[in-house]
Structures are given as structure tokens and as C-alpha cells.
Design a protein around this ligand. Structure first.
Ligand SMILES: NC(=O)c1ccc[n+]([C@@H]2O[C@H](COP(=O)([O-])OP(=O)(O)OC[C@H]3O[C@@H](n4cnc5c(N)ncnc54)[C@H](O)[C@@H]3O)[C@@H](O)[C@H]2O)c1
Length: 254
């Protein structure tokens, strides 16, 4: 079992879906977990469930697209738990539609959440890691960034930006013993996927055959992604930085 005893971990978008799975796993590994999400009630429920099972967690309503909101969250974490050791940039959003049917307003929303949100959290939280001369940053991108994904052009672009940003950040922060790595989930049933299917029949069609075409014959589960996050957050991964790992049952292999 990976040991993260007393490490302080901020997980964005942790109220539900993959982020919830990540926070539960990090808690089982001994970390104190911060559930940073727009959804206040759901974030509280996730934190309460972790506490009920003996872990330490706090919920902080946070909008990652707003630097002030992220900075305020960081201050709350510092005063209740202490300086952040692990930052997991997991919050994300998308809808499936062909690029020519999208609008500039849609691009702004996708870019603000999926890319600028990551810039904001790193900008607010990484200086504390530099001061401590240690830290782990794990960014959740997507296989859509690596191989493209029909109907997810702008989203794929933002996740590609997350990968490029992470590699450069890994180089810049290596001298401060801060590791920066990226995990690319493949299709993983979550409320996000449910919303996409509910809003667009095309998304339902694309996702319906996945179990058959994934080499390991199933879609991912939040725990699959969470196990990879726990590894990147651990001492065992101290010599790994600037890397991109697909957790997709072999759907992509390049
Ligand atoms: N589910 C998949 O198939 C899949 C595949 C590849 C990558 N991903 C990525 O995994 C991550 C998690 O996705 P998920 O499927 O669990 O999604 P989800 O919608 O189920 O959960 C995402 C969470 O992010 C939060 N969030 C959204 N905007 C926010 C903001 N501005 N500030 C703070 N929180 C915000 C939401 O409230 C929600 O709780 C995302 O980055 C997504 O792009 C998911």
C-alpha cells in the first residue's frame, strides 16, 4: 500500500466522478484530503463520507476559473491542515459537438475550466511547494489530447495544452524537487459522461461500443485513475517527472 500519511492533498473537482475516487484513494493511503469543487453540497458529502470512514477531509467551495477563489481555498487549507504537498488538477468539463457547431462562448468555457483552471491552481499553490522544496503535481488530461476524439476538438486542445504546460513546469520546478506528471484517462463512466450522453445522441453512440473495443474489455473506473494518481503522489515516484500515463485499458497505445 502506498503511504501518504499526513500528506496534504488538494483534489479539484473531487465532489463526484473521478475526483471523488481520487480523494477516497488518497485518504486510504493516509493523506488529508481537500475536496475543492464548485458543487458545495456534493463536496461536503464527499468529505463527510471520507471522515466517516476514518479519514481526514475538508470541503472548500472553489471555482478553479477564478484565481481569487483558488487563492482563498489555499489559505483555508493552510490554516486548517497546513501547506499543500499534493495538488491533483482533476476538475474538467466538456460537451460533444463537431467543431463547426461550437461557439466562441463554448470555447471560452472549455478553455477556462480545462486549461486556465490548471494555471490558476498551480499559480496559487506551487509557491508553497517551492518554499517547502518538495511537492507533487498530478494533472488529469485525457487520451483525447494524445490521439484526438471525435466531437471533442476544443476539449482535446485544452488537454493537449495541459500536457505541454506540465512538461515545461516539470522542467522549471525540478530544481525545487517538485514532480509534475499527467494522467490521461480513457472513457470512464461518471456524471460527466452521463450528462454528455443525455444532451447528445452522438455522444451516446460514440460511448456505447467502448466495452467491446477496449483491449481489457471494460471502461475505466475512478479507482483505476486514482491508483495511478496515488503512485505519482508517492515517494516511489520521486524520480519520475514530466511524464504522461494513459489509464485506458489499452484503448490507446502510442
Ligand atoms: N470521464 C471520462 O471518461 C474522462 C475521460 C478522460 C478525461 N477525463 C477527465 O477527468 C476529469 C474528471 O472528469 P469526470 O468524468 O469525473 O467529470 P465529472 O463532471 O463527473 O466531475 C468533474 C467535477 O469537476 C467540477 N468542476 C467543474 N468545473 C469546475 C470549476 N470551475 N471549479 C471547480 N470544480 C469544477 C464539477 O463540479 C465536478 O464535480 C476531468 O478533467 C475530465 O476531463 C474524464
Amino acid at each position: 500500500m502506498i503511504d501518504l500519511t499526513n500528506k496534504i492533498a488538494v483534489v479539484t473537482g473531487a465532489a463526484r466522478g473521478i475526483g471523488k475516487g481520487i480523494s477516497e484513494t488518497l485518504s486510504k493511503c493516509g493523506a488529508k484530503v481537500v475536496i475543492a469543487d464548485l458543487l458545495e453540497d456534493e463536496a461536503r458529502a464527499t468529505a463527510a463520507a471520507i471522515q466517516e470512514s476514518g479519514g481526514k477531509a475538508m470541503a472548500v467551495q472553489t471555482d478553479i476559473t477564478d484565481l481569487q477563489s483558488v487563492a482563498a481555498m489555499n489559505e483555508k487549507v493552510k490554516s486548517k491542515f497546513g501547506p499543500v504537498d499534493i495538488l491533483v488538477n482533476n476538475a474538467g468539463w466538456d460537451r460533444m459537438k463537431p467543431f463547426l457547431k461550437t461557439t466562441p462562448e463554448f470555447w471560452d468555457k472549455v478553455i477556462n475550466i480545462n486549461f486556465k483552471g490548471v494555471l490558476n491552481t498551480v499559480y496559487a499553490i506551487a509557491p508553497g511547494m517551492v518554499e517547502q522544496n518538495s511537492g507533487k503535481i498530478i494533472n488529469i488530461a485525457s487520451d483525447a489530447a494524445r490521439v484526438g476524439s471525435m466531437g471533442e476538438s476544443v476539449y482535446s486542445g485544452t488537454k493537449g495544452a495541459v500536457i505541454s504546460f506540465s512538461k515545461t513546469l516539470a522542467r522549471e520546478l525540478a530544481r525545487n524537487k517538485i514532480n509534475v506528471n499527467v494522467i490521461c484517462p480513457g472513457p470512464t463512466p461518471t456524471p460527466l459522461l452521463d450528462d454528455m450522453k443525455a444532451e447528445d445522441a452522438f455522444a451516446g453512440k460514440v460511448l456505447s461500443g467502448m466495452d467491446r473495443i477496449i483491449p481489457l474489455k471494460r471502461m475505466g473506473a475512478p479507482e483505476d485513475i486514482a491508483n495511478a494518481v496515488a503512485f505519482f503522489a508517492s515517494r516511489e515516484a520521486d524520480f519520475i517527472t514530466g511524464q504522461v500515463l494513459s489509464v485506458s485499458g489499452g484503448l490507446t497505445m502510442c
